[in-house]
Design a protein around this ligand. Structure first.
Ligand SMILES: [Zn+2]
Length: 489
């Protein structure tokens, strides 16, 4: 290859994506954020409403204390600093599902700021700019009522449901990282118990901001916002598509326009929905009907007390306490309830470590072979603990245990049930039957016997193996050992 100056051509520009995510999470309060209407999902349209959430003139909002506590708890779990004073603001815009003409949100003084979530094996910190409280808007319905082909209906049950908005810094560098960030975020929120994060019911919604810039450049490119994508997988796909699209536009000499785009998951493409309003178009101003929100040290301390052990810390502890691998700790902590079940079962068992070993060595492999997640396991954590105890007490052998697990998977039933169905088998402790087997084995292997008696004690393992095989795994290994040594000596 020539390196002379006259043949130098400009290297093709490589681009790096810059991604930021905005996640809305519905808080699991029984009533709405500014009135006492129920937040229950699935009620008949427009039945959970009152003058406050309908935005009737003169109706005054009253802040729900529980919503503040949940939002604060979530923000703490996301490593945010809680602002002692935050301000509610009106975000003004017109939309049919927003009868007041504004949404009560927080703007320049949010509840919490400066948090982070760690992603990847290198624990890269993705910054969280802010966590703020706001009310949800209503919902436009396009189906499920008469004349739905000609009309749009409005359901205001969701109006005033408490949300937190979690805004990340543009620290996310790849669609995979975005996926991981969302996975970790959901996991953390689920651990705190402040939301069910159910994407189908809209309790977790995500918008993504994405731009590209020539690698190494500081300033950001023009971003597009991708809205209302209803699964983490689709977010990743939408980002992959959108990054490619932007690079192609720029490479062809075009310009990216700031706009909102929608993702069509059937086609795997994003489409322009509208050019983006600038933030000042919302004419934010402080909400005159609500006092500044004050979360003082005392209240903060009370909320801190309700902060559970979070997934990252729990994983580290499980690895240390039960000697399981990082990977298995990851699997066992996907939900708080699974981790709780595992630990309760392990603690109740005679030997917690054995439960962990069986989950790791026997359960995970069978699940993997079936392509199943641990939530779909036929054997519960309680069942794992019960089976571990049977091995621990010598009632069944390891071989019998494996066979019973296989039956559990075949029949899709939990361990205690299958163990009963099989007539509660016990490994053989019938000494005379075992002695007969041992005598036969010794008689059939004179050479090995000679070696053993000549001082090669490791031959014991050979004999144990033969006896176990002859007993089809039903013999109690400890008893076999004892009897063998007696006979061999
Ligand atoms: Zn209401």
């Amino acid at each position: 290859m020539s390196t002379s100056a006259d043949t130098t051509v400009a290297a093709p520009t490589t681009y790096e994506p810059v991604i930021g995510l905005e996640v809305h999470v519905q808080l699991l309060t029984a009533s709405k954020i500014f009135c006492s209407c129920s937040t229950r999902f699935g009620a008949a349209p427009n039945t959970n409403v009152c003058p406050v959430c309908l935005g009737m003139p003169g109706a005054l909002p009253v802040l729900n204390r529980k919503a503040v506590e949940f939002a604060t708890l979530a923000a703490m779990a996301l490593n945010c600093r809680i602002n002692e004073t935050s301000i509610f603001a009106r975000k003004n815009y017109f939309y049919p599902d927003l009868p007041k003409g504004y949404q009560i949100s927080q703007y320049d003084k949010p509840l919490a700021e400066h948090g982070f979530i760690e992603v990847g094996s290198d624990k890269k910190k993705i910054g969280i700019t802010r966590v703020h409280l706001e009310e949800d808007a209503g919902k436009s319905l396009h189906e499920g009522f008469p004349d739905a082909d000609k009309k749009t209906a409005i359901d205001l049950n969701r109006t005033g449901v408490p949300l937190i908005e979690i805004v990340s810094e543009p620290d996310i560098a790849t669609p995979d990282e975005a996926y991981e960030y969302l996975t970790r975020l959901k996991e953390i929120i689920l651990y705190t118990g402040v939301s069910d994060c159910n994407m189908e019911e809209g309790s977790l919604r995500c918008d993504a901001n994405v731009s590209v810039r020539p690698r190494g450049r500081k300033e950001l490119g023009t971003k597009a916002e991708i809205k209302n994508v209803n699964s983490f997988r689709f977010i990743r796909e939408a980002l992959i598509y959108e990054i490619k699209r932007q690079v192609e536009v720029i490479d062809a000499g075009g310009k990216i326009v700031q706009e909102t785009r929608l993702y069509n998951s059937h086609e795997g493409k994003t489409y322009s929905m509208r050019s983006k309003e600038q933030a000042h178009d919302y004419r934010y101003f402080p909400e005159p009907d609500l006092l500044p929100l004050v979360v003082d040290e005392k209240w903060k301390a009370e909320i801190t007390k309700t902060l559970p052990e979070l997934p990252e810390a729990r994983r580290a502890r499980l690895v240390k306490e039960y000697g399981i691998t990082e990977y298995d700790a990851q699997v066992l902590t996907v939900s708080k309830s699974l981790a709780d079940q595992f630990e309760a079962a392990a603690k109740a068992a005679k030997n917690p470590k054995r439960v962990a070993n069986l989950v790791q060595g026997e359960l995970m492999g069978r699940l993997k072979a079936r392509g199943a997640e641990i939530e779909q396991s036929p054997i519960s954590m309680k069942g794992m603990a019960a089976s571990a105890d049977l091995v621990e007490s010598g009632a069944i052998s390891g071989k019998m245990l494996k066979d019973l697990y296989d039956l559990c998977f075949e029949r899709n039933k939990d361990f205690p049930e299958v163990y009963d169905e099989e007539g509660r088998p016990q490994q053989s402790t019938d000494t005379s039957a075992l002695e007969k087997i041992i005598d036969d084995i010794i008689a059939a292997n004179p050479k090995q016997l000679e070696q053993y008696r000549a001082g090669k004690k490791t031959m014991l393992g050979f004999f144990v193996g033969q006896v176990m095989k002859a007993s089809k795994g039903q013999a109690n290994p400890q008893l076999v050992n004892e009897l063998l040594i007696k006979k061999l000596e």
